[in-house]
Write a protein that binds this ligand. Structure first.
Ligand code: NAP
Length: 308
């Protein structure tokens, strides 16, 4: 266990919500530490192209994150790596324990984001990294000239399916309904791309192969027919699960595990705020996560003033 440190604000999570909270808290001259378990950036860091973050129109997600991280550091946010193991949030001074040390502060901002939902079908775990992927940006280039499958009908599935057409010979897009959920402009691009073949009203039942993934068994939910589709890779984009299990006993969460906040990002516990994809909200995007982070840090500043 490392030594115990005290700050004004502890931010957990280094995606757009956490980094923006860092920028705002540091500019308010609060002693701010941001704890991130891996590389900064969260999901957007592995997004191929960001075109709907106002003011940033065509770069990769990792470029946007590098700018945010630079800003947070410049204003004084201390960045540490560490995986949070336990939190004690109910007391006035909150305690966050990571695998690398313990941190204390009167304010904690939870910006932990979410992780990919799995299909939970036979073969998914077995072929992980040998055909099964949750990141087209990371693994797409391995599938040059090969057939791949994308599962899901939201923005992530369709956008990443489009990105995969740059490498793959063919992209099967399997969706459980007959209409996409993705933003209309993204849908139009997908429908116009002749490398994408839609398999509607269908779910993946099993993934089969020897050393590597070779095929998916896909069942039509309307007529029950199962077909085999030859593929070398499958990219699963069927939504996300909030990374909130470690605080679910401490702050109020909804039935999906999303942290419930009010409009200034306060959770059910005084001094604890939530920002970004981990909280219950209408629109989970980098731009709304950044807005949440700014609001949370500003509200935290007021809370600390009231406490002084
Ligand atoms: P999403 O919008 O929740 O879509 C998940 C998709 O997976 C839906 O089409 C859903 O089908 C399907 N699905 C869910 N559970 C399934 C299951 N068990 N089996 C098969 N299919 C299943 O998730 P997302 O696309 O990952 O996006 C998450 C958030 O990030 C959204 O708010 C999205 O707008 C945002 N995002 C934005 C961008 C962008 O703006 N550029 C890019 C990526 C993501 P149904 O449609 O039938 O429910």
């Amino acid at each position: 266990m490392g030594k115990i440190k005290t700050h004004d604000v502890i931010i957990i999570g280094g995606g757009p919500a956490g980094l923006t909270a860092g920028i705002y808290a540091s500019r308010a001259k609060l002693k701010t530490i941001l704890i991130e378990k891996g590389m900064a950036g969260g999901q957007i860091a592995v997004t191929e192209k960001v075109e709907n973050y106002a003011g940033f129109s065509a770069g990769a997600g990792r470029e946007l994150i590098a700018i945010m991280e630079g800003q947070a550091r410049e204003f004084g946010t201390e960045m540490v790596m560490g995986e949070v193991k336990a939190v004690r949030l109910s007391e006035d001074i909150k305690v966050v324990t990571t695998n690398r040390g313990e941190y204390r502060a009167p304010v904690v901002i939870l910006a932990t984001g979410s992780h990919s939902r799995k299909l939970n079908v036979p073969g998914e775990d077995e072929f992980m990294g040998r055909g099964v992927s949750f990141c087209a940006t990371c693994d797409g280039p391995f599938y040059e000239g090969l057939p791949v499958m994308v599962v899901g009908g939201g923005d992530a599935a369709v956008e990443e399916g489009l990105a995969l057409t740059r490498y793959a010979q063919k992209v099967y897009l399997v969706h459980r309904r007959d209409a996409l959920r993705a933003t209309k402009i993204v849908q139009e691009r997908a429908f116009a791309n002749d490398k994408i073949a839609f398999i509607w009203d269908s779910v993946v039942e099993e993934l089969v192969g020897d050393q590597q993934l070779e095929k998916a068994l896909v069942r039509n939910v309307k007529d029950g027919q199962v077909r085999e589709v030859d593929i070398s890779g499958i990219f699963i984009y069927i939504g996300f699960i909030p990374n909130t299990a470690f605080v679910a006993d401490e702050v109020e969460v909804d039935e999906g595990g999303y942290i419930i906040t009010n409009d200034v990002m306060e959770t059910s516990v005084p001094g604890v705020y939530a920002a970004g994809d981990c909280r219950r909200k209408l629109l989970r995007q980098a731009v709304t996560a950044a807005g949440d982070g700014a609001t949370a840090a500003f509200a935290a500043e007021k809370y600390l003033e009231g406490r002084a």
